[in-house]
Design a protein around this ligand. Structure first.
Ligand code: NAP
Length: 304
């Protein structure tokens, strides 16, 4: 046996058998990634034909989710939504006993905690909740981000296998914590990107160069980590320095931003919302503070 073949064989011998439930775009990419790294891989999908290509590539396709779960100590679930997870896991029942369940179906923190209770009550070795940011073709590269939380001992036992899928962060024992992180990351992106789309509308109305602006804005994002760090420090300490300048000065600029948008018939609702918050903060005597002080006005009703 050549040295290279021997090394490959030992890697395969070490690779933990895995099961993947759900072979949509994401589940198929996960199963393919495990196969590529030499894991004995068992797959199941509601529509059985979706397992064919993976079976051709070496996966074992089985007729029921319970059969698939029985085949491996590590079970990865990638289904459409929480309802699908509930239905499939109900069909699995106590076959989960002794298995580690890793659910990477996007969901809420409360769904994750309910799944953990279900797994515990059915004798699972552990429950890990996961959420994925990135495109299925990037699975198995560092360009896909996976957040995990839940059983620390299960995560430690399977960390090596899970890290093969992409860039992994572990958020602690609370099974809901990965979903909290995921929803926060996704929400921040949407807030940023809707502002970007509004701005493209404005630029188009002005006949400006959209691509050139995008390049310059993209380059300016390099300055954001330092700004965000100073803002989170202000929020955590409650001491709001004049970040981005004082609110007194920023509020005047907001009038220009809103006026510019309205003069072109471009939506200005979000800018008006920001201006309203600034005005309230100034009226409360905080005009010398910065933008981060608006945090004080964003508390849910009844909360300080
Ligand atoms: P998808 O391609 O639409 O696949 C959905 C999967 O769920 C299929 O295997 C489907 O089975 C199965 N399914 C749906 N309802 C079911 C039910 N009631 N019982 C059993 N199986 C059911 O979705 P996906 O892109 O793989 O997404 C899977 C998860 O990854 C989602 O939570 C998604 O948010 C997350 N995610 C996806 C992406 C992405 O770009 N695709 C990126 C990040 C995160 P059938 O084949 O039988 O219909």
């Amino acid at each position: 046996m050549t040295r290279a073949a021997d090394t490959t064989n030992r890697a395969v011998a070490r690779a933990c058998p895995v099961t993947v439930l759900g072979l949509g775009a994401m589940g198929s990419a996960i199963a393919r990634s495990f196969l590529d790294r030499g894991h004995p891989t068992t797959v199941w999908n509601r529509t059985a034909a979706k397992a064919d290509a993976l079976a051709d590539a070496g996966a074992t396709a089985v007729p029921t989710a319970a059969d698939a779960v029985a085949a491996s100590p590590l079970v990865v679930v990638a289904l459409l939504d929480g309802t699908a997870v509930e239905q499939v896991m109900t069909s699995v029942g106590t076959a989960i006993t002794g298995r580690t369940l890793v659910n990477v179906t996007s969901g809420s923190p409360s769904q994750a905690r309910a799944n953990e209770r279900w797994a515990r009550e059915h004798g699972a070795a552990g429950y890990i909740d996961g959420n994925i940011m990135g495109h299925p073709p990037c699975m198995g590269t560092q360009n896909i981000l996976l957040t995990f939380s839940g059983s620390g001992s299960s995560f430690a036992a399977h960390e090596g296998t899970l890290r093969e899928l992409g860039t992994v962060t572990y958020h602690g024992e609370d099974p809901g914590a990965a979903a909290v992180e995921f929803l926060a990351q996704v929400a921040t992106s949407y807030e940023l990107l809707i502002g970007y789309l509004h701005t493209l509308r404005l630029l188009r109305a002005e006949g400006a160069d959209l691509a050139g602006f995008t390049d310059r804005f993209g380059a300016s994002l390099a300055g954001y980590p330092a700004l965000l760090t100073s803002m989170v420090r202000a929020v955590e300490s409650g001491k709001y320095g004049p970040d981005l300048g004082s609110l007194d000065v920023q509020a005047a600029l907001m009038d220009d931003l809103i006026g510019h948008r309205e003069s072109l018939g471009v939506e200005s609702v979000r800018m008006r919302e920001v201006k309203k918050l600034m005005d309230r903060r100034i009226a409360d005597g905080h005009g010398h503070q910065g933008f981060s002080g608006l945090f004080e006005l964003l508390a849910p009703q009844g909360e300080a």
